[in-house]
Design a protein around this ligand. Structure first.
Ligand code: ZN
Length: 269
């Protein structure tokens, strides 16, 4: 028995999480238990789900998040591997509901898998997204090799320096990651400071934020779309590196060509 039985729309969301987790592993972005996924699944929570008893104790989130009252989330489990989640999403993650006080949650299904230790920061991002009326329901943290490598140079940590270079490698990158890559200087993983800086940077009109010498944090309508934004950015980083390996600095598309893209496709930047 699974909460996904006879809930095809909810199952489709979780299947998508499993598919993305597999891609993260294949791409080499998810060593050991690296990376996190949380998806706000509230719109698929039916009356039958609301009547289900909890299978865990009530646990504190560690933050009070007023917009998450009664919300439901799928969360990767703490210490769980993406490559395992790809095969068994409900044994390596769980579905939780946020209680009325907006400060506690309980696990509802399928197994009492404790959510990621990054839960407070992921949920804070979801709270922020709801507050601003965003349609985004998924958040992804992963370690894309070439993008992380870029952040080891101060040159690429300057605001929008990496965005401009990445956009200029191939037209699709600007089309499919149209807000570019926000940069967050190095901060301790899991810290409140890092979570706050991530939200501040998302709020400067980015969907994908780079944590210096660590990884990306991306948000979008669903987890596949969040993954796609990171994937096109990393493809551009690989093209840049390929050109450098051929012994030259790539020219990149011109400013006029980038502007033409924005006009032709109605892009936000
Ligand atoms: Zn990480």
């Amino acid at each position: 028995m699974s909460i996904l039985d006879n809930r095809p729309a909810l199952k489709a969301q979780i299947d998508q999480v499993a598919e993305v987790a597999g891609y993260l592993w294949i791409k080499g972005w998810a060593e050991r238990n690296g990376g996190n996924i949380t998806v706000n699944i509230t719109e698929w929570a039916d009356e039958g789900m609301k009547a289900l008893p909890a299978i865990s104790e009530v646990k504190p989130i560690g933050k009070t998040l007023p917009r998450l009252k009664g919300c439901w989330f799928y969360c990767k489990g703490t210490g769980k591997r993406m490559r395992d989640l790809a095969r068994q999403p409900m044994a390596n993650g769980s579905i939780i509901r946020i209680l009325e006080d907006c400060a506690h949650y309980e696990i509802v299904a399928d197994q009492p898998v404790a959510p990621t230790s990054e839960l407070p920061s992921h949920l804070a991002v979801h709270d922020y997204l709801l507050a601003k009326g965003s349609p985004y329901r998924a958040s992804l943290h992963t370690h894309p090799i070439e993008l992380v490598a870029l952040t080891h140079s101060r040159k690429w940590m300057k605001k929008d320096a990496a965005t401009k270079m990445l956009w200029s490698m191939i037209p699709e990158t600007k089309a499919f990651c149209p807000r570019g890559l926000g940069m967050v200087p190095y901060m301790l993983p899991s810290s409140v400071e890092l979570a706050d800086a991530t939200i501040r940077t998302l709020d400067q009109d980015y969907d994908v934020v780079m944590w210096e010498k660590h990884g990306v944090f991306a948000v979008d309508v669903d987890i596949m779309s969040a993954f796609d934004q990171v994937d096109v950015l990393n493809k551009s980083a690989q093209i840049y590196i390929a050109a450098k390996n051929m012994g030259f600095e790539p020219d990149g598309m011109t400013d006029a060509q980038l502007k033409e893209m924005s006009f032709a496709f109605g892009l936000p930047k």
